[in-house]
Design a protein around this ligand. Structure first.
Ligand SMILES: [Zn+2]
Length: 324
């Protein structure tokens, strides 16, 4: 499905079957000489067909088209190597591009999940069902690396890159100052809460995320174009809600923690999740993985605030509340 949003600016809705996100918004700017596609969908045929159909409808020539990927997740990057032509520039975050480095493997994530209580016998299953594993680009294209403050121009749009670490470490939003349009990627979503996870204690992704929300809070914006679902919301109001949500989630983790030390997997099992399952045992393995990653992000955040301590002197890491 294709919508016209503004002059020369369109959205193609790309279905993401079996994903709680439902679909991806691929934004297309139709320029005079070259076009720009912002985010692409998973590398799977249902997404490819939706993109092809939308691009034909808009009369987009892929030989005259560049790409911008807001972050490394497969629902945003997956199709890029199938859609890009030899002349395409693919603008992508310098930081997120590191996940596509040849020597980058999933092993550190697996090891990290294990020391956080994720059942060892389920790890391979969790990995096999991970969309990042299944639907990433089939080959890694040559990227045109971008950083905070860089500008991408197309069709009368002047898009300034705004580094917004949190959802991923290299997440980049685009800001069109004159038109007051903000392409928010997965940094700000309206109908769902962006997933914040952590797979190393060296990063405090929730603290980064909160700071990145503050960074864009005062931008003069009339229209926010998120990576998923609707764009009918207001930036400031939504940021207030997202910050309140994570403070509540952090408090919930404190409650789950009680007075006994627990590991991250046990804490995730004790938190409430917006999912159609009676018990934690019924969760699909991929959802257990995401839930554990989100629990770890909140634990790392609470540790940064001095509200909990982490015990690393044992095989499985545990946390304990600091009570004053
Ligand atoms: Zn994402």
């Amino acid at each position: 499905m294709v919508n016209e949003i503004r002059k020369r600016l369109y959205r193609i809705i790309v279905p993401l079957p079996n994903s709680p996100l439902k679909d991806l918004n691929s934004y297309v700017i139709k320029g005079e000489d070259r076009n720009l596609i912002i985010d692409t969908g998973f590398n799977r045929s249902v997404c490819y067909e939706a993109m092809q159909k939308g691009l034909v409808e808009l009369g987009i020539d892929l030989n005259k088209t560049d790409f911008m990927l807001t972050h490394m997740h497969a629902d945003h990057t997956g199709l890029v190597s199938r859609l890009a032509s030899e002349t395409s520039r693919i603008f992508f975050s310098r930081i997120d591009s590191q996940v596509f480095d040849e020597d980058n493997s999933w092993q550190p994530l697996i090891d990290f999940a294990e020391i956080n209580g994720f059942p060892a016998d389920e790890l391979q299953k969790a990995l096999n069902s991970h969309p990042g594993f299944k639907y990433s680009p089939e080959k890694v294209p040559k990227f045109h690396l971008i950083d905070d403050g860089d500008v991408i121009e197309c069709g009368g749009y002047r898009l300034q890159c705004v580094a917004t670490p949190g959802h991923t470490q290299g997440h980049i939003c685009l800001y069109e100052k004159d038109k007051k349009i903000f392409f928010s990627g997965d940094h700000v979503l309206f109908d769902i809460t962006p997933h914040i996870e952590s797979w190393a204690y060296t990063t405090n992704s929730l603290a980064d995320y909160m700071a990145s929300l503050d960074k864009v809070y005062n931008l003069p914006v009339d229209l926010v174009l998120p990576g998923h679902r609707n764009f009918l919301g207001n930036l400031k109001g939504r940021i207030d809600e997202l910050k309140a949500h994570h403070r509540e989630r952090a408090d919930e983790v404190m409650e789950v923690l009680g007075s006994e030390p627990l590991n991250a997997y046990e804490i995730a099992a004790g938190m409430t999740w917006d999912i159609d399952c009676e018990t934690w045992e019924d969760f699909p393995i991929a959802q257990k993985w995401f839930a554990t990653g989100e629990a770890i992000a909140h634990l790392r955040y609470l540790e940064g605030e001095g509200r909990i301590t982490r015990n690393t002197k044992q095989k499985i890491i545990t946390f304990r509340a600091i009570r004053n």
